[in-house]
Design a protein around this ligand. Structure first.
Ligand code: F0G
Length: 420
């Protein structure tokens, strides 16, 4: 029922063919379905009573044998009505879809549960990726769960420690490449073309995108099919914004969503080829040779899914904006302090972007906004410690603590009132 199709020339490929680029024109592939068939399946299945998760949407997934599913209970992440942050930013309605609540702490798990299930269906024994950290952590976990060999190429010394520790403990072969993410990706693309037995699970793999589209489904279901005006997403390699848009369009096609929101992509100022293309009204991107940002997850100069992302932003009448490292870190702190949500810097770029677009008047104050935060703050604890006030160190004596809290100067009642 499902097949692979080139996004440019529409050449079709069998669902079980291992292929990453169109043989005719070299463009990206996507999974297509017979939507009448999906409708039929949905009317027979009890999917709306299944708890929120990636596999609640299994009728929308290109998986035939459900007994082979490789899962760690991904999806069903928190959808946080953020009233205090709303006030700080100066808008009326804001929800934060917090993808750090996934099993390995990022949205990548949505794609990996489907991608690794496909790997098992295909009978491959070995999987590979290039990564700025989260993809390697997630792939390593799902490969371990499925008993597959996993190799991850990462830019040497450039990924956050939490992510590196995950990939290592899950047993992946972690290779530090003396170069950036884009160079690592180029190598794994060549390797997987040369050795068909090594299955590539970067977001160029259209099965990954199928899992990640569930993020869009969940937003709709968590809003009871009300369409937000805008969804703001951090963008790196550009798979996620494309995936969310694909999901929304499929829900729309099947009558499960009346209107479509504006997709808004945020990139770090030093790594922003997609934003530049949108602003310059260009049909292509100009890759950035030496991308730089404190948000290491999105330090990417040549996003492989750029064409899908440009389409998502333009078709949805959305926009794209850059944020500086300073704005990213400020937003990370603000989200943590006002809503109790600790996200990694790349994730906070959606909040930083929201703030900037409101200030610029590009977002109306009464828009209904969803910001996606993509990864957990503990992925990169160094940065959180570095930008926070150092804890005070004192002797283990109660009067030392009383002095710091000012408890020996004022009445306890006055102080507790102040602190609360
Ligand atoms: N946020 C986080 C936390 C990420 O790890 C990534 C990508 C993105 C946003 C951007 O998503 O690439 O789909 O546009 N991380 C990849 C990795 C590249 O290797 O972990 P995208």
């Amino acid at each position: 029922m499902a097949y692979q199709e080139c996004i440019n020339c529409r050449e079709k490929y069998d669902i079980n063919e291992i292929i990453y680029f169109c043989r005719k024109c070299g463009d990206l592939l996507e999974i297509k379905y017979d939507y009448n068939k999906i409708n039929e399946e949905l009317s027979k299945s009890n999917w709306q009573n299944v708890p929120l998760s990636v596999w609640r949407y299994r009728d929308f997934m290109p998986v035939k044998d459900f007994s082979k599913i490789v899962s760690l209970n991904e999806g069903g992440t928190g959808f946080h009505h953020s009233r205090r942050l709303c006030k700080k930013v100066g808008i009326e309605q804001l929800y934060v879809k917090n993808e750090g609540e996934n099993p390995t702490g990022s949205f990548k798990d949505r794609g990996m549960t489907v991608g690794v299930t496909k790997a098992v269906e295909l009978g491959v024994k070995s999987v590979i990726c290039a990564s700025t950290g989260n993809t390697s952590a997630s792939l390593a976990a799902y490969a371990a769960r499925a008993g597959l060999e996993c190799t991850a190429l990462i830019p040497a010394g450039k990924i956050a420690y939490g992510k590196l520790s995950q990939a290592m403990i899950y047993g992946a072969k972690v290779i530090q490449v003396q170069g950036n993410f884009d160079e690592s990706l180029e190598i794994v693309l060549k390797l997987s073309e040369k050795y068909k037995s090594i299955y590539l699970l970067n977001s160029i793999n259209p099965f990954r995108i199928e899992g990640q589209k569930s993020l869009g489904f969940e937003i709709c279901d968590q809003l009871n099919q009300k369409t937000p005006d805008r969804i703001i997403v951090p963008v790196g390699n550009a798979g996620n914004i494309s995936a969310i848009w694909k999901g929304l369009k499929e829900f729309h096609k099947l009558g499960l969503l009346q209107e479509l929101p504006k997709m808004t992509g945020i990139q770090a100022a030093g790594s922003a080829p997609i934003v530049h293309a949108i602003k310059n009204n260009s049909d292509t991107i100009v890759p950035i040779d030496s991308p730089e940002t404190v948000a290491t997850a999105i330090r990417i100069g040549a996003p492989v899914s750029w064409k899908k992302a440009l389409r998502a932003i333009r078709e949805s009448n959305g926009t794209a904006e850059t944020v500086t490292d300073e704005e990213i870190l400020e937003a990370q702190k603000l989200l943590a302090k006002t809503e109790g949500l600790f996200v990694e810097p790349a994730s906070a770029s959606s909040i930083a972007g929201l703030k900037k677009l409101v200030q610029q008047g590009q977002i109306d104050k009464d828009e209904y906004i969803v910001c996606v935060t993509t990864g957990h703050g503990l992925k990169d604890p160094d940065i959180a410690v570095k930008m926070s006030k150092k804890p005070i160190e004192v002797k283990a004596q109660i009067d030392a603590i009383e002095e710091i809290l000012g408890l020996n100067k004022q009445s306890p009642l006055a102080i507790s009132g102040e602190i609360s």
